[in-house]
Write a protein that binds this ligand. Structure first.
Ligand SMILES: Nc1ncnc2c1ncn2[C@@H]1O[C@H](COP(=O)(O)OP(=O)(O)OP(=O)(O)O)[C@@H](O)[C@H]1O
Length: 626
């Protein structure tokens, strides 16, 4: 029993990490089709990516899904994992319980490791692991989590990288860390998309050896590999080969060549069987692949063949409750009662919502302190613009002869904080989406705590930037320093900027970056027109609603009013004649005489809340309906 569950990964490493249960994944008649619009034919065309594939992935096996480029490997992996299921149909069963393939959820507690490195670049390996453990292992004490992190890292030969920032790891180490982060919760079923892409042959081999070792511990591990080398292929238990959206071969690796031979396709001596399979699947042998697949499926090995199909996935220890308990007991760092608790629950519990929020806040804080230059640049940009505006519009706020100049300063200020608030998140959030999707899919945390933790960092950033701009520029332009006016002006600028930021989150979370790049500024421009250039009385009837809902207009009107409204007395005039000596005259001509400050502030604040709620709904939809 000891041997069956312990895996030698490196000479010194013996794995005692066991999955809590074994998972057999069966799938029947999986199809996937996508509709794409043909510009030449001006109609939607349906493309069938998977054409009814069947199979079964067993515990204790490392299975590779291979096949030529475009055969449908990633599509099949995504559907089986439940990561992306759009256009999918068919049946998938986990340990006998069936579900529709179009259902998007982590099947059997599946963990999915994408081809891209979904790591937080500014965390050290230790921090990344400890924070992941804190999120995923709610039932473990601090000491147990530490031990677990230590054990997983040493299992994956990453102990030497404790203090290394994730961004400084080598490609192979990044892939191993991605596996380590998911291994913390001992998943029974793991999917990896092209884990060896971009790695040199020795890193690829060591990663596949690692996966092979993890499979021996009782896990079901499925990885897409474009074209495995001969050495890599030796470490794979089971092969699932796709060709043109159909299964060409599915079975033990050791049975591949006899099966191909039975279909009249003999692998030349000294040829890598994986390469030969790929050549057949790519159609290089000019054979009917459907017929070949049929013959290979019917192939039965002779009794005399040395290969024993049951030799690979044997995990006798995991078939009996008592044995599992015994095996778990052999893990030195968890108490007996803890074993029993975990075993009873048969799951590693995620932290509670409050604790998740706290951990994610701490993670953001750590990442921000490592990447503080970004914050400094943002504040510095606001300070520089404040000095520039202050210089260009020096003293315009107290002079009756430069009221129009001050009006432009107020508009420019509003435009600045709207753009900086909106664009900083519009462009950065789509980059965050991929990691969010992966972490959320792998059940690190819930959406609510994630959003709170993001806002708790971004909101103060933007507020500090706005305050530093307003304090300097307002003072240099010599606008009224009466506490009520100055406070209202500052509050309006900050609130409008945060509203623009909320819009930025919404655009960033719902549109691809390429569209967000122009949609953000276009909307900001559109809304700004209704505040500065176009009075309500001049607005055509069909567009009047835009005037009312424009947060830019609302904020701008309050800002102007805070400076020239509230019965401001006549201003100093340094010329013979100043048209706007009486501030109320200026407000009347600008159609801003009767401004409902409370109502306009309500427009700004309610738009902020509505956009954040819409962002949450959009994110929830994107994360749960894939
Ligand atoms: N959303 C989509 N719209 C249109 N075609 C798609 C879509 N998704 C996938 N395809 C097509 O389906 C086919 C299979 O894609 P998939 O990514 O699964 O292939 P693959 O076998 O993983 O290829 P590779 O090894 O090159 O990554 C490809 O021809 C791809 O262009």
């Amino acid at each position: 029993m000891e041997d069956a569950c312990a895996v030698g990964l490196s000479n010194n490493n013996v794995v005692s990490l066991l999955p809590r249960r074994t998972v057999t994944l069966e799938f029947r008649n999986i199809t996937c089709s996508v509709n794409s619009f043909s510009l030449t034919k001006l109609k939607y065309e349906q493309k069938q990516i998977l054409k009814g594939v069947d199979g079964c992935f067993k515990p204790g096996e490392l299975t590779t899904i291979c096949g030529p480029s475009g055969a449908g490997k990633t599509t099949l992996l995504n559907i089986l994992a439940g990561y992306t299921t759009r256009g999918a149909a068919g049946e998938i069963s986990v340990n006998g319980s069936c579900a529709c393939a179009s259902q998007s959820s982590g099947r059997g507690g599946a963990r999915y490791i994408r081809q891209q490195d979904d790591l937080r670049a500014h965390l050290t390996v230790r921090e990344a692991m400890s924070l992941a453990a804190a999120l995923k292992l709610a039932d473990f004490s601090a000491h147990e989590k530490k031990e677990k992190v230590h054990e997983v890292l040493s299992l994956l030969s990453l102990s030497g990288t404790y203090q290394t920032l994730c961004r400084d790891l080598s490609g192979g180490q990044k892939r191993r860390l991605a596996v380590a982060l998911e291994l913390l919760s001992d998943p029974s079923l793991m999917f990896l998309d092209e884990p060896t892409t971009g790695l040199d042959s020795s890193s690829s081999t060591s990663l596949i050896s690692l996966l092979n070792g993890l499979a021996r511990g009782g896990r079901t591990i499925v990885a897409t590999i474009h074209q495995p080398s001969a050495l890599l292929f030796e470490k794979i238990d089971s092969v699932y080969c796709l060709a043109q959206g159909r299964a060409l071969y599915h079975g033990p690796r050791a049975r591949l060549l006899p099966a191909l031979t039975s279909a009249g396709l003999k692998c030349p001596p000294y040829h890598n069987p994986a390469d030969f399979l790929m050549e057949v699947a790519s159609g290089e042998y000019d054979v009917d692949l459907v017929k070949v697949a049929g013959v290979m499926k019917r192939y039965k090995p002779d009794q005399s063949e040395a290969f024993d199909p049951h030799s690979v996935p044997t995990i006798p220890a995991l078939q009996h409750t008592k044995d599992i308990a015994l095996e778990l007991k052999s893990m030195p760092f968890i108490s007996d009662s803890k074993h029993q608790q975990i075993y009873k629950k048969n799951m590693y519990r995620q932290s509670g919502l409050l604790r998740q929020t706290w951990i994610l806040l701490y993670r953001n804080y750590l990442m921000t302190t490592r990447n503080y230059s970004l914050f400094m640049y943002r504040v510095a940009a606001h300070v520089v613009i404040a000095l520039l505006f202050g210089y260009l519009y020096l003293g315009v706020g107290s002079e009756a002869s430069s009221v129009l100049g001050n009006y432009v300063y107020l508009y420019g200020s509003m435009l600045l904080v709207v753009y900086t608030g909106k664009m900083s998140v519009t462009l950065s959030f789509p980059l965050e989406m991929d990691i969010l999707r992966a972490e959320h899919f792998n059940r690190w945390y819930n959406l609510g705590p994630y959003i709170v933790s993001i806002l708790a960092v971004e909101l103060p950033f933007q507020m500090i930037s706005c305050v530093s701009y307003v304090v300097l520029s307002y003072w240099l332009t010599d606008n009224p320093l009466e506490p009520t006016r100055a406070t209202l002006f500052l509050a309006t600028i900050v609130a409008t900027s945060l509203c623009a930021q909320a819009w930025g989150y919404f655009i960033g979370s719902t549109t691809p970056t390429k569209i967000a790049v122009f949609l953000g500024p276009v909307l900001a421009c559109l809304f700004s027109v209704f505040g500065f250039c176009l009075a309500l009385s001049d607005t055509p009837k069909p567009f009047k609603w835009l005037h009312h809902v424009s947060y830019f207009r609302a904020g701008f009107h309050i800002a102007v009013h805070s400076v020239y409204g509230f019965n401001r007395t006549k201003m100093h005039c340094n010329k013979e004649y100043c048209h706007y000596r009486t501030p109320s005259k200026f407000l009347t001509e600008m159609d801003m005489e009767y401004i409902d400050v409370g109502g306009n502030m309500a427009v700004v604040l309610s738009t902020t809340v509505i956009m954040h709620v819409l962002t949450c709904i959009a994110l929830w939809y994107r994360l749960n309906k894939r």
